[in-house]
Design a protein around this ligand. Structure first.
Ligand code: SAH
Length: 367
């Protein structure tokens, strides 16, 4: 963003409600919001002068005081399987990664919510990067904006998963505003079933999400007992399985057809035994649940190995026979390190503040 732009109001920061409030504040009618959303997200126009259904004076005002500023692409990589990854410049020394995964009938964008991550899941390479800050709404929706513009009209983004860098529920307001934009008919108009938020289990924020924003929920479970989950997903020490599953059940009540997806990373000799599978069935009985097994993706300094494909298949069939619909996530974009848990970007880590920030964030959501 240029220095001049930095003093301007970036309209990518507003969902429809925010945009309406902005227009009322500058003495305009609220319906200007939907006109602007259409220009920005449906027409791909960022030059206010071209927004012909606005009055000349409003166009001038917007040119002088506002901007439409999305992150810039630093590197674009294309994998042999069609997966595309973009390294995006945020500010100062911060960069995050966004991944597009094409499939036969859909195109999924994996979006980041924070620069780095304040949590310390022991099998995730983003965790090793430390944490710098939350992304703004503009930087989150901007990933979709940049990717869709880059892909052009023949490759449409039909699904979004908040599964990139960061814990989305620790950046609640900005993530929800961005997801509102993804689903807004005047913007991208994605259906709520096609926008998925994945969380490590920030329980109070899960209840808030259930109340405020109807998107699909995925939960990074990874273990069927607290002792192991405390190690793999340390936020479990604060919000153990019993509380986590209660929050999931509440979310599932939103509609009778709803299921919660549980992600389960397959770690050799750690969580992949037959007895682990049986414990998982017991844990999730009476929950409208699906399980998505994720083959562990290695990275330098990783202390785990991926379970063998035979073990994964065996684990999957025990779960399926136990009545839980279970799929194995296909690893995509491996040759460009675009797979789950491999996104690293560039994080100007505020390590000394790392712990303090994590505690502060936890206190905030506990309020
Ligand atoms: N913080 C959120 C979203 C980020 S990651 C969350 O925890 O859900 C999206 C998924 O990738 C999570 O299920 C995460 O546990 C998983 N993941 C992280 N590192 C991985 C790795 N090295 N291999 C496979 N999956 C991984």
């Amino acid at each position: 963003m240029s220095e001049k732009e930095m003093d301007k109001v970036n309209l990518l920061n507003f969902d429809r409600k925010g945009m309406e409030a902005f227009f009322v504040e500058i003495g305009e009618k609220p319906f200007r919001a939907t006109q602007l959303l259409k220009w920005i997200y449906q027409e791909g126009i960022s030059d206010f002068a071209q927004m012909t259904n606005l009055s000349k004076s409003l166009r001038n005002y917007l040119t002088e005081h506002c901007c439409i500023s999305a992150p810039e692409i630093v590197v674009e990589q294309n994998a042999s399987d069609g997966t595309r990854k973009w390294l995006l410049q945020m500010n100062c020394d911060n960069r995050v990664e966004t991944v597009f995964i094409p499939e036969e009938k859909r195109g999924t964008l994996c979006v980041s919510s924070q620069v780095g991550c304040a949590l310390a899941c022991t099998f995730c390479s983003t965790a090793k990067q430390g944490f710098n800050r939350n992304l703004t709404t503009a930087e989150i929706i901007g990933q979709l904006y940049v990717a869709q513009n880059r892909l052009g009209s023949d490759k449409k983004i039909t699904n979004v998963v908040m599964m990139g860098m960061g814990e989305p529920l620790l950046n609640f307001d900005n993530v929800v505003a961005a997801m509102n934009l993804m689903m807004d008919d005047f913007s991208y108009g994605l259906s709520k079933r096609r926008v998925t938020l994945s969380t490590s289990g920030v329980v109070p924020a899960m209840y808030r999400l259930t109340e405020e924003c109807d998107v699909s929920l995925a939960v990074s479970l990874h273990a069927a007992n607290d002792a192991l989950r405390d190690v793999l997903v340390p936020i479990n020490q604060k919000y153990p399985l019993k509380e986590l599953l209660a929050a999931c059940r509440e979310n599932a009540k939103i509609s009778p057809h709803r299921t919660v997806t549980f992600e389960y990373v397959m770690l050799k000799g750690i969580n992949d035994s037959d007895s682990d599978a049986r414990k998982l069935i017991k844990l999730l009985k009476e929950m409208p649940a699906k399980i998505n097994l994720i083959p562990f993706n290695p990275f330098p300094e990783a202390i785990y190995e991926c379970s063998s494909s035979e073990t994964i298949e065996r684990f999957r069939s025990i779960l399926n026979n136990g009545g839980i619909v279970t799929t194995t996530r296909k690893t995509r974009g491996e040759d460009i390190a675009a797979a789950c848990g491999q996104l690293v970007g560039k994080v100007a880590d505020k390590s000394r503040r790392h712990l303090k920030l994590a505690q502060q964030a936890a206190r905030e959501i506990a309020k």
